[in-house]
Design a protein around this ligand. Sequence first.
Ligand code: ADP
Ligand code: ADP
Ligand code: ZN
Length: 213
Amino acid sequence: MKIIMLGAPGAGKGTQAIKIADKYGIPHISTGDIFRQNIKSGTELGKKAKSYMDRGELVPDDVTIGMLLDRISEPDCAAGYVLDGFPRTIPQAESLTRALEERGEKVDYALDIEVPDANIVERMSGRRACPKCGNTYHVVYAAPVMENICDRCGAELMIRADDKPETVQERLDVYHRQTEPLIRYYRGENILREFDGTQELEKVFQDIVEVLG
Ligand code: ADP
Ligand code: ADP
Ligand code: ZN
């Protein structure tokens, strides 16, 4: 099963993608996590991505598309995957469609998690992320068992540099300009499914499972 997560920054894509990956036994591929790992280990890719990410802008397509297409060619992707944070532009979506078509494959579902902008800043200000395994928490809505410690791997949680309110606003603007058009694109492909992301996160997941089966 090949799944794409759509939705504003902070809508809950990562949270739901990890639950989907666990339930259906497919890898969770987050382009944001891949960039952050590359920044941490100081690679060329990380150096290219960092300034864009710090400003809340998108990393250019020529960097991002090749990286993602390489990743989904790896053996663990043979039975499918859930993409979290890709595609984010129409050219990214078209490249993905073309690359899959060449192998006689296609995306099965684009899951759009809808959350109004007004809720996003509050979500982001409480977000805590695990730098080691990528799991995401919220100080109020999804608190870890032990304060500031990842339930899954025991690492100390951190606040993402781009989760400060000014950058969140820029990321929301970028989302509306560059990423929201994908909703129409995937509706046109007949694979769009929409979810009310303001619900409690287990309820959002139930709704998703109803669609995926
Ligand atoms: P969020 O979880 O808030 O949606 P991500 O972790 O997905 O954020 O992305 C963080 C940043 O990484 C983005 O603001 C952007 O700079 C960069 N990024 C991630 N995925 C992409 C992509 N597909 N295209 C361009 N930039 C990306
Ligand atoms: P995205 O990947 O779309 O940027 P995340 O999955 O990282 O979003 O979620 C953003 C923040 O909101 C995190 O702190 C997460 O724990 C929290 N969150 C996710 N889903 C919900 C929900 N349904 N209700 C309340 N908070 C949520
Ligand atoms: Zn962890």
